[in-house]
Design a protein around this ligand. Structure first.
Ligand code: DC
Length: 214
């Protein structure tokens, strides 16, 4: 069983997906963390998006995720994924078709013969258009920025709520207008607006939908 959960940054989709998977006793894959891992790899190796041979780089990339710990070519890169540098560059990296093709291939491989909750931007539209369950999680930009701010402020004392709001606005625009697999609701996805919902309420809404349909 594939449960696809898509939505913009800060909508609560990763936390919700993780808890839904836990309640159902099945696997969870946060595909945003895969694009972040590739971005950290570009930064660590000083690869430039404009000049690098993306095909050659992607050929040598393998990503494995175990209990939310992300390994890129065997190295644990989890701690780098929320760096501001990674957050600033990840939209550019994830807009490259060669990067996306490789990530989609890995996402299908990781999900093979499994029941899994998989969250991202293009799961219900591109990665698993035939998923048994599709959800599209949204929330107002103010709610999303304030959640991201709360998440990041202890780690990065220099950030401001306004800075995060502007970054999310830019990322929303970029993610939903890019040519390759833009963030888009699948026609058959169920919309959940989480602006006024707690995480528990989001999780329960999804679980109820799944239980009612089975
Ligand atoms: O969900 P997140 O903020 O960790 O995602 C990081 C970036 O990766 C975001 O800019 C959009 C991109 N992304 C994507 O293009 N496709 C996905 N399936 C998941 C994330």
């Amino acid at each position: 069983m594939i449960i696809a959960i898509d939505g913009p940054a800060g909508s609560g989709k990763s936390t919700t997906s993780k808890l839904v998977a836990k309640k159902l006793g099945i696997a969870h894959l946060d595909t945003g963390s895969m694009y972040r891992a590739v971005t950290a790899y570009f930064i660590d190796n000083n690869y430039s998006i404009k000049n690098a041979d993306i095909d050659a780089i992607m050929k040598f990339i393998d990503i494995e995720i175990s209990n939310e710990v992300v390994f890129l070519n065997g190295e644990d890169v989890t701690n780098k994924l929320r760096d501001q540098k990674v957050s600033s560059l990840v939209s550019d990296i994830s807009s490259l078709q060669k990067v996306r093709s490789k990530m989609v291939e890995l996402q299908r491989k990781i999900s093979l013969n499994k029941s899994i909750v998989i969250d991202g931007r293009d799961i219900g539209t591109v990665v698993f258009p035939g998923a048994e369950f599709k959800f599209f999680i949204t929330a107002s930009i103010e709610a999303r920025a304030s959640r991201r701010f709360d998440e990041l402020k202890t780690l990065n004392p220099d950030i401001t709520l306004d800075g995060i709001l502007k970054q999310i606005e830019r990322r929303d625009h970029y993610d939903s207008t890019r040519a390759n697999s833009p963030l888009k609701k699948a026609l058959d996805a169920i919309i959940i607006d989480t602006t006024r919902l707690s995480i528990d309420e989001q999780v329960n809404m999804i679980l109820e939908t799944i239980n009612n349909k089975q």
